[in-house]
Design a protein around this ligand. Structure first.
Ligand code: C2E
Ligand code: CA
Ligand code: CA
Ligand code: CA
Length: 278
């Protein structure tokens, strides 16, 4: 009987542990959050460097967690990329933004740029084509320009598979931006192969404008490279008036806390209404 009791209590405690204390895998938790639609879009404005007109926005993902609150993307995107859940997460984010933003399209300036961050795994997935097509179908033609931001740190392989996907995106009018430009190792050939439309100069360079002559020199070199390639430049992480003044006339667009912080999509759209002429 003692052995039976011991065995019984062991089974009970295992059951309790499994029900209450079982550590959930990050992958399982991400999939649960996806089903519960806890990944939400924040939008940060993109403005013309001369004149400050609103040109578009970048969509930045946030995790609205039921107990932990709002979680920043650097804490869950790498894990989501590792297990591939990033693809359905991004697809759902695009769908949410399309549905919500479409109801505000009368307030958007024509050719409003809407940028999404796309992981390298997603760039080998032909489902991306259907997702972009579905996104654009929510809008009057010409109202928005869909931009896919690919980080320079995750080098894409220019194989026939990926190149064919990018050719089809190009035919659809989808634009391509290289994110965090200057931190990776893309060559001119690489940039031309992917028909890049925009280069986003990494904020680590912008942040040092006016502090060290060396990094101003680097910024100037990146600007020079961009102009020679014929791609439009975007400066990210613009925080001070001095940085904005330095960049005016050198880059096309500015993005950063000086121009506006990322805010939930409904708030971004609400502010569109209040600033639009009656
Ligand atoms: P990123 O694409 O380079 O996005 C710019 C980051 O800089 C954002 O951080 C933004 O909030 C922040 N930022 C904007 N203006 C300023 C500024 O003036 N100063 C400073 N110091 N920072 C500024 P966030 O939102 O935390 O996103 C971090 C990164 O997470 C993004 O970097 C991007 O790589 C990734 N990420 C965000 N959303 C997504 C997504 O939907 N999919 C994927 N794959 N990655 C995402
Ligand atoms: Ca980005
Ligand atoms: Ca193109
Ligand atoms: Ca960046």
């Amino acid at each position: 009987t003692i052995l039976m009791l011991l065995g019984f209590s062991l089974i009970i405690s295992l059951l309790v542990w499994w029900l209450l204390g079982r550590p959930r895998s990050m992958e399982g938790e991400l999939k649960r959050a996806l089903r519960a639609r806890e990944f939400v879009p924040y939008l940060q404005p993109l403005v013309a460097s001369d004149g400050g007109k609103l040109m578009g926005a970048e969509v930045l993902m946030r995790w609205q967690h039921p107990t932990c609150g709002l979680i920043r993307p650097d804490l869950f995107i790498p894990q989501a990329e590792e297990c591939g859940v990033i693809v359905p997460m991004t697809a759902q984010l695009m769908q949410t933004v399309a549905q919500q933003l479409a109801s505000w399209q009368d307030k958007l300036p024509d050719g409003f740029h809407i940028g999404f961050n796309i992981s390298a795994v997603h760039c080998r997935d032909f489902s991306l084509l259907a997702q972009c097509r579905a996104f654009l179908a929510h809008f009057i033609p010409g109202r928005v320009v869909l931009v896919l931001e690919l980080t320079e740190r995750e080098l894409l392989v220019a194989d026939p598979h990926t190149l064919s996907l990018f050719r089809q995106l190009d035919e659809m009018g989808v634009k391509l931006a290289i994110d965090d430009f200057g931190t990776g190792h893309s060559s001119l050939v690489y940039l031309q192969q992917f028909r890049v439309d925009y280069l986003k100069i990494d904020k680590s360079f912008i942040g040092r404008i006016g502090t060290e002559s060396l990094s101003e020199h680097i910024v100037d070199n990146v600007i020079d490279l961009g102009s020679r390639l014929g791609v439009a430049l975007i400066a990210e992480g613009v925080e001070t008036r001095q940085q904005a003044d330095y960049l005016r006339g050198k880059v096309a667009y500015l993005q950063g806390y000086l121009l506006g912080r990322p805010v939930p999509l409904p708030r971004f759209c609400g502010e569109l209404r209040s600033s639009a002429p009656p």
